[in-house]
Design a protein around this ligand. Sequence first.
Ligand code: FAD
Length: 363
Amino acid sequence: MDKSLAVITETLNGELTPASLECVEEGREVADRLGVRVRAILCGSEVARLAETLAAHGADAVTVVEHEALAQFSADGWLQALAPVLRALQPTLLLAPDSGQMRAWLPRLAARWHLPLVGCCIRVNVIGDGYPEIIRNTYGGACQERLVWPYATLVCALLIPGVRGAGAPRRDRTAAIDVLRPELDQTRFRDRTLRTLPADPRTVDLSEAERIISGGFGAGGPSGMALLQRLAEQMGAALGGTRVAADRGWLEVQRFIGSTGKIVAPKLYIAFGVSGAGQHLAGVTDAEWVVAVNNDRTAPMLKRADLAVVGDMHEILPLLLDKLQALAAAHSPDPAAPASPDPIRPVPVAAEPVSAPTVELYP
Ligand SMILES: Cc1cc2nc3c(=O)[nH]c(=O)nc-3n(C[C@H](O)[C@H](O)[C@H](O)COP(=O)(O)OP(=O)(O)OC[C@H]3O[C@@H](n4cnc5c(N)ncnc54)[C@H](O)[C@@H]3O)c2cc1C
């Protein structure tokens, strides 16, 4: 069998996760340097139709491991199904998204096989005669660590979701597809996923959030961040912010965005009192729509924004909250009931412009 680098992929609600596609693309770059093939491993039930997407993102070959017992994730199930596949494959490198699922089963495989397993990876490379080199975040993103193995060895690297973004698929690419249907002993599955709940915006990992309200030093302190949290709840968004806000203790450290924090790719990113330093902007390059509120019309964040509002966030925010609350009340089936934020079906954003005298659209 040709030498391959293996990428273990995963699905959510029947689709490949963006993090899986990023891993395939990262694997493609490393494989080209090593002169080996990229073999994507796809595990589940009725997932073979997704193999073409993996090819379009750079896989030379796809091994689909199908079994009805794998329709929902089970760490024991994946270990039982994939360990023999990987043993037969003898990959030169193992890549996977740094997700809860992967963290549930891959460390057990690594322990069994005495493999180095590295989480929080932001870059995977090979240097010299094929020595693995990994750059990873440590201390909650405060430091970056460079690891080099001084001999060619199989390393299992978990890549942080969103760290490189997935490129456009190339539909002209094809891959050799093998479908395996292993016999599994379901009585040895000690864990099962019964159902997957939609993410709660308050606690969702920022890299997976569809909407983000972000606060910077301009928020002025914990009370400013609490108002932003209220706005996030009204809009079904997650709260994030800058490293300065996190360093000052206004925001949980795992919720700051940027090159040393979370890399995010939401559909909507609204920044309040964020200057838009390069390290912060590096974390939002894949945001689809960016709105920024800043009282300094020269702030770089406004230049990155699709809608830039020059004004004092402490004047704008209460007006916006009142508007949203009024809208929520108007949409409430029981007019007597207080407007309650619904994290799953968010209240629509006010269509009318905010009538604050100090608000001026930029430029
Ligand atoms: C090695 C290194 C790594 C770093 N990594 C990161 C990272 O990953 N993420 C990150 O975010 N930062 C990072 N930083 C810090 C980064 O350089 C900036 O200092 C930081 O992003 C600035 O945060 P800020 O925008 O909250 O604060 P500031 O730069 O102080 O900006 C505050 C903004 O709020 C505006 N403002 C003030 N009052 C109001 C008001 N009432 N209404 C509206 N706007 C107002 C101001 O005009 C200003 O633009 C890193 C720095 C270093 C050296």
